[in-house]
Design a protein around this ligand. Sequence first.
Ligand SMILES: [Fe+2]
Length: 343
Amino acid sequence: MTSTYVHVNPLLAPADADHMLAIAENLGHFETYADEGTSEGLGESLPQRFDVGLNYVNRGLDGKGCSDEPAVALGRTNYFRETYVYGDEQRVVGIESFAAHPLILQSAKSLSGAAIIVPAIVYANILVPGQELAIHTDVPEFRGLNRKNTPQWLLVCMLHSKLFESWRVPIMTCVAWFGGNAGGAFTFYPGGEAGARHAISADHNTAIVLDTDRFFHGVERVKTPSLKETANEGIAQVGSGATLEYAGQDQWRLHTSEGRRFDYQWADLRYSISWKGYCFVDADSHHKWRQSEDCLNLSNVQEIFEKDLRQRGVHGVAALSPDDYARLLVATYVSFPDESDQT
Ligand SMILES: [Fe+2]
């Protein structure tokens, strides 16, 4: 079987890798990743990634279940994010060695079979001790539809249904780790959801390149050298409004919106930088995307789904409430890895 990912070790020259930490320090302020987009009357009372949340609460990270209270589970997965590069806009100094790394571009090309790669975004994630990232696939894009105009769960259903491949804009992702947290391994299913779960430790200055829209992945629990274990009482309740500030001298300070404060050192945090690039197999598909030709709209999508559901023997979809319609699509098309099936 051809490989579905590339593990890069090391990624950058040592000084450039150290500079990735300095970029976060210089920025100095991280906020939690907030959902965005609009639901256009489809599943409008559901969270954007209710597909991931439901699976996480039911099965936990490893399929063995989640024993946390909902508020704790939420705090575990509400991480910090800032964008470093967006399209042509570079928002931090010194990110070039990462953003234009030839090995990342080359790996994205070879994995996707694309002739043309268009870098789209570079962003940083920071997870604090006790946090982890639920198993998920990323939010894909299609010509005409992306997270700015379409519910995220719907885009995910579209990808997993394989009904919209001719409109899909393939995206390749590189995730690189800096600082070297003791936990926080990147865990993923490189053989697809029916295959085994693998894990790659988040070692300083290493990276993985993978199609994270297609392959399920997550982050194992972040550990800290200063807390023996990440029991509930050791977890910051990272609700909305929490901030993470660099306090100098290797120290980071988390403020919750309830006014609680947690102090960390770099070694306590799991810091990653992600790159995403659009992948076009040829000049024609690149041209269609640039010129917004042959685009989908939401009513096309609903028609295609309804036709497919009828063929599967599911009728009466039009009479469903928006939320029930959303649940039906996720249950029909998104099959999460289930380790209880595996020996
Ligand atoms: Fe992801």
